[in-house]
Write a protein that binds this ligand. Structure first.
Ligand code: HDD
Length: 743
């Protein structure tokens, strides 16, 4: 009896709060703009929203509509095109009854949703992509027959940038290698240049790839840490497997935390072979050089961004393209004679843990890439794009680099799981722009309606089609393969694991060296196993005694003696990121104003825009500040978003807006500075960014105690501040401020 009462009471209460309402109608409780009730013309489908066109060997048109899967028409339909009256309620046996099995719309909707996810990439899972155009200079015509490298040839491309270790949802700014994979849709077949922002690799033989990746990925028991190399298994592996030391020092340098994908070099890593129309061959290494120069974050900044804006690099690329600040890169090659020993200046060109310093072989520009279009749909394009080193047009071929050889297997293999079968080249983003006439048939997700009856050769039934040809065809070069016996061995030249690591270290400026020492100290400091730290210190001793001593001091451990005689190396200045000046295009400058704006802020904003950089007005609240549109408020702004800060107004807050813990801000009688503005300035200063002020803004610099330090300037007016600022931005950071900071 008691239980019955409780049930009734609950029922009454539930009925009281479930008065039926119509969404979007007055009184329905739906805030803001109501859902439109009459259909409008939808936006026209974008060019790449169609289904893949039917591919047939003979050009047979199946008559299928070309845009069958683009969003079309005003009315909702099932997957079969039947219009629907209601997609908000399942079909039930009465309003309170169970769902009926016959609800085909419910089952279609939920089943499709249940299968929306595909496996993330086993490495490089986190990434972002863009479309662009590659224009050849013609300078490579003498060394390759590839049509897309002929003078002024324009080739559409898709690029995907990525980190390596993290999962799909991990942060962008972690310390890691970055992928830089480019698909050139050439008229002679697709060419994929699957590159990284580091010119060497951890391993010399592809058979070790699962080992290095298992070591770098999170620990298998706890699945932590995410997207990090600062843990025991990574350092366990690289300290034992010392050929990884070269790649590792690049990761520990500022290259491991790029400022953006627009500020990053790319390297094909391996040596490739090019062949010209006369059949002559050369060996080449590919380099991408960013127009904006190579710049990096500082470590504390990278860590903060990972929390404040984990999509930082993805957002940067997307916003830059939307704003018309198209990222640009120049493609270059180092060219070497194709000699039987495949070495250059004593460097084994088949060893992917070695570079050829640019001072020994100049990088010769062969074309320019402009990224000018964001994907329409992230999943369709960026997630489904599939790269493969074996996608080679006539004129470019592989070498026997054992890492490259293994990659030739892995990239096709991995797509079979990731994209669910062998027909991934039918996915729009993967479709070649060259005519396809293969004899591959059937399989999961087949999109082509192949005509003909004889997908085999030789045949007579299809008139002997398709025919082989020597004209513009890929040729397997008659490269000599040494007569040898089967072995599981590397060439002896691969045994030198330290001399080029030393070369890298010795090519760094003092600031860059300081950052490398901090990075090693941080990462090893996160390891638990004493033996691993000691073993890595031994590897550092074999690289450079000074490097080892500094890291050992940071860890509080003795510096071991080297076990390998240090090599004599000639530093390569091209490896340093410092010492040059670069355009300030697309750099982001925060201008702090008060609630009523600030004198000169509007003029300086215009001048920044005219200089090709991006000004963002930061004010106490959103909306307008003295006629200026406010883009960031004191609540939403954080220093890491900006390359420089200008304070036009001390932005004096109302007394009660200052949190109690900051009540001591400023000396007695001084302007009260909003603590968030002070934090903005202090962080920017710590990260060696230029900071300037005029008017009452100068009070902020004084209260932060940074007046008179390098890169901190007081200007008479807004335009005056910009002139000074540009000089600092050209060098990216105020390097003189290091190493006084611990960034
Ligand atoms: Fe790899 C993806 C770059 C060695 C196996 N790799 C992948 C991507 C890049 C690279 C940029 C992401 C492509 C995308 O955006 O879809 N990988 C490199 C470079 C290497 C390298 C520059 C050394 C010079 N990779 C390497 C080895 C193996 C693989 C030695 C295996 C033996 N890589 C793969 C893979 C991935 C991949 C498992 C994962 C997703 C994919 O291929 O499509 O096949």
């Amino acid at each position: 009896m008691e239980a019955r009462k409780i049930v009734d009471a609950v029922k009454d209460a539930v009925e009281a709060v479930t008065e039926p309402t119509v969404p979007g109608t007055p009184g329905s409780g739906t805030p803001g703009v109501a859902e439109p009730t009459t259909p409008r013309e939808p936006l026209p489908p974008k060019s790449d929203q169609g289904t893949p066109e039917p591919v047939t060997p003979t050009g047979f048109d199946t008559g299928a509509p070309k845009t069958a899967r683009g969003q079309q028409g005003a009315y909702l339909t099932t997957a079969q095109g039947a219009r629907l009256r209601d997609t908000d309620h399942s079909l039930k046996a009465g309003p309170r009854g169970p769902i009926l099995m016959q609800d085909h719309h419910f089952r279609e909707k939920i089943t499709h949703f249940d299968h929306e996810r595909i496996p993330e990439r086993v490495v490089h899972a986190r990434g972002t992509g863009a479309h662009g155009v590659f224009t050849a200079y013609g300078s490579a015509e003498a060394i390759t027959s590839a049509g897309f490298l002929k003078k002024n040839a324009e080739t559409p491309v898709f690029v995907r940038f990525s980190t390596v270790l993290g999962s799909r949802g991990s942060a962008d700014t972690v310390r890691d290698t970055r992928g830089f994979a480019t698909k050139f849709y050439t008229s002679e077949g697709t060419f994929d240049l699957v590159a990284n922002n580091i010119p060497v690799f951890f391993i010399q033989d592809a058979i070790k790839f699962p080992d290095i990746i298992h070591a770098g990925k999170p620990h298998p028991d706890r699945e932590i840490p995410q997207a990090q190399s600062a843990h025991d298994t990574f350092w366990d592996f690289v300290s034992l497997h010392t050929e990884a030391q070269h790649h590792t020092i690049w990761n520990m340098s500022d290259r491991g935390i790029p400022r953006s994908y627009r500020h990053m070099e790319g390297f094909g890593v391996h040596t490739f072979r090019m062949v010209n129309d006369a059949g002559e061959t050369v060996l080449v290494k590919f380099h991408w050089k960013p127009k904006l120069g190579v710049h990096s974050l500082v470590w504390e900044e990278a860590q903060l961004i990972a929390g404040v804006d984990p999509d930082y690099h993805r957002r940067d690329l997307y916003d830059a393209i939307e704003a018309g600040a198209y990222p640009e890169y120049e493609l270059g090659v180092q060219v070497f004679p194709d000699t039987p020993d495949e070495t250059f200046a004593g460097i084994d060109l088949l060893d992917p843990t070695k570079i050829v310093p640019e001072e020994l072989a100049e990088v010769q520009p062969i074309g320019r890439l402009v990224l000018n279009r964001n994907p329409t749909n992230f999943f369709a394009e960026t997630e489904q794009v599939a790269f493969h080193l074996g996608h080679l047009p006539p004129g470019i071929d592989v070498t026997n680099d054992p890492l490259l050889q293994g990659r030739l297997f892995s990239y096709v293999d991995t797509q079979l799981t990731r994209l669910g079968g062998p027909n991934y080249s039918h996915i729009p983003v993967n479709r070649p722009h060259a005519p396809v006439n293969d004899m591959l048939r059937d399989g999961f997700h087949q999109q082509a309606v192949h005509a003909g009856v004889a997908p085999y050769k030789p045949n007579s039934l299809d008139g002997g089609n398709p025919f082989e040809t020597t004209e513009k065809a890929f040729a397997d070069l008659p490269v000599r393969v040494a007569e040898s016996t089967k072995v599981r061995e590397n060439p002896v030249s691969f045994d030198d694991h330290y001399s080029q690591v030393r070369l890298f270290w010795q090519s760094m400026t003092p600031v860059e060296k300081e950052h490398i020492v901090s990075a090693y100290t941080f990462e090893l400091g996160k390891c638990y196993e004493q033996a691993i730290k000691e073993r890595q210190l031994l590897a550092l001793a074999n690289i450079d005694a000074d490097l080892c001593a500094q890291v050992a001091a940071g860890l509080g451990l003795p510096a071991p003696a080297a076990t390998v005689e240090p090599a004599e190396v000639a530093p390569s200045p091209a490896l340093s990121q410092l010492g040059q000046e670069w355009p300030a295009d697309g750099r982001i400058i925060g201008i702090v104003v008060g609630p009523d704006g600030a004198d000169g802020a509007g003029a300086v904003r215009e001048a920044i825009l005219a200089a090709g950089a991006l000004p963002l007005i930061i004010a106490p609240a959103g909306g307008k500040a003295g006629g200026l549109d406010v883009q960031r408020t004191f609540n939403t702004a954080r220093s890491v978003e900006f390359d420089a800060i200008l304070i036009a107004d001390a932005a004096t807050p109302a007394a009660d807006a200052i949190p109690a813990r900051d009540a001591k801000a400023g000396a007695a009688g001084a302007l009260a500075v909003d603590p968030r503005v002070r934090l903005l300035v202090e962080e920017a200063w710590r990260h060696a960014k230029p900071v300037g002020a005029w008017g009452t803004g100068t009070a902020v610099l004084e209260q932060a105690g940074i007046t008179g330090t390098p890169g901190v300037f007081l200007a008479e007016s807004g335009p005056g501040a910009l002139t000074t600022l540009q000089q600092f931005l050209a060098r990216h950071r105020v390097w003189d401020r290091f190493p006084a900071t611990l960034a």
